[in-house]
Design a binder for this molecule. Structure first.
Ligand code: R5P
Length: 280
């Protein structure tokens, strides 16, 4: 078996190859002067099973993934498993207004058509899995987060909104601490209004756990409310750390910020490679 990774996941690809005892296959990927992508796989993978690791974020990664999948098919891979650690566009898994599209389906369909099976990691909603049109399964990235968070001995897990209730319930159970769910209303792409509800946090280390941190607006608001109520430490943890625009600045009220390597960055503290390897 070979593991091939696109430009979003060199490190995770190598770690995954080690975990599953596969060979790592290098790829040349570059952009032409006009921005069009180019890929070339560097090993003879004919007659082998191949695992491809690549995000669908940012947008050019989607084109790169499609080129890789096509190259692997043409080169004679016997089966192609596509691992998408961060499935971009998963938050538009339905239409909210007339004239919109189900973006997650538009992205998933061509990837699924070139893959034999798909693994996502902590995908925003499981509904996305049916859009690939081939066997698709989500890997729980939360286990690794929980293992890491145990070291902080938190006293409470906070879900920043109703959508986070599911994974926060599981995390609170694993950490053997209570759960509190806040309510959030999104005013626009960058602004949210949060009601912290009745909760006692005085002197506690509190973990706010979300699947994605993007602009940091959701977590920043929740962290401010928890600090006002007397929490001694507020940790912000997520699986997918996009941290766009001035997210780092918005999150300065948090005592620590942790994310996985589904999107590698300065807040990456733990790897989802063991969870993906176990699923493979
Ligand atoms: C939304 O449904 C997600 O679970 C996250 O809460 C959201 O993407 C976070 O976005 P931001 O960091 O921009 O508030």
């Amino acid at each position: 078996m070979f593991v091939v990774s696109g430009s979003t996941h060199q490190r995770l690809g190598v770690a995954l190859a080690q975990e599953v005892g596969a060979e790592f296959c290098g790829v040349i990927n570059k952009s032409f002067p006009d921005g069009e992508r180019y890929v070339r796989i560097l090993r003879n993978i004919a007659g082998h099973e191949v695992v491809v690791v690549q995000n669908t974020f940012p947008d050019e990664s989607i084109v790169e993934l499609l080129l890789l999948l096509e190259a692997l098919r043409e080169a004679g891979a016997t089966s192609i498993t596509t691992v998408i650690p961060y499935m971009g566009y998963a938050r538009q898994e339905r239409t909210f207004q007339d004239g919109e599209t189900v973006s997650a389906r538009a992205v998933a369909r061509p990837i699924g058509a070139l893959s034999d099976r798909i693994f996502t990691v902590s995908v925003h909603t499981d509904e996305v899995l049916s859009f690939f049109g081939c066997p698709a399964q989500d890997v729980d990235g939360l286990q690794e987060a929980v293992r890491y968070l145990k070291g902080f001995e938190p006293g409470l897990v906070v879900a920043p909104d109703e959508g986070a209730r599911g994974w926060c319930t599981r995390a609170a159970r694993e950490l053997k601490v209570p759960l509190h769910v806040m309510s959030k209303v999104r005013l626009d792409d960058r602004t949210v209004e949060t009601d912290s509800g009745r909760v006692s946090v005085k002197g506690l280390t509190v973990v706010i756990l979300d699947d994605i941190i993007s602009t940091g607006g959701t977590i920043a608001m929740a962290a401010r409310l928890l600090k006002e109520k007397g929490a001694s430490q507020v940790l912000a943890a997520c699986t997918h750390g996009l941290f766009i625009e001035d997210a780092a600045n918005r999150l300065r009220g948090c005592d620590d910020i942790l994310s996985s390597d589904t999107l590698e960055g300065i807040y990456t503290r733990y790897s989802v490679a063991p969870a993906i390897a176990a699923a493979l």
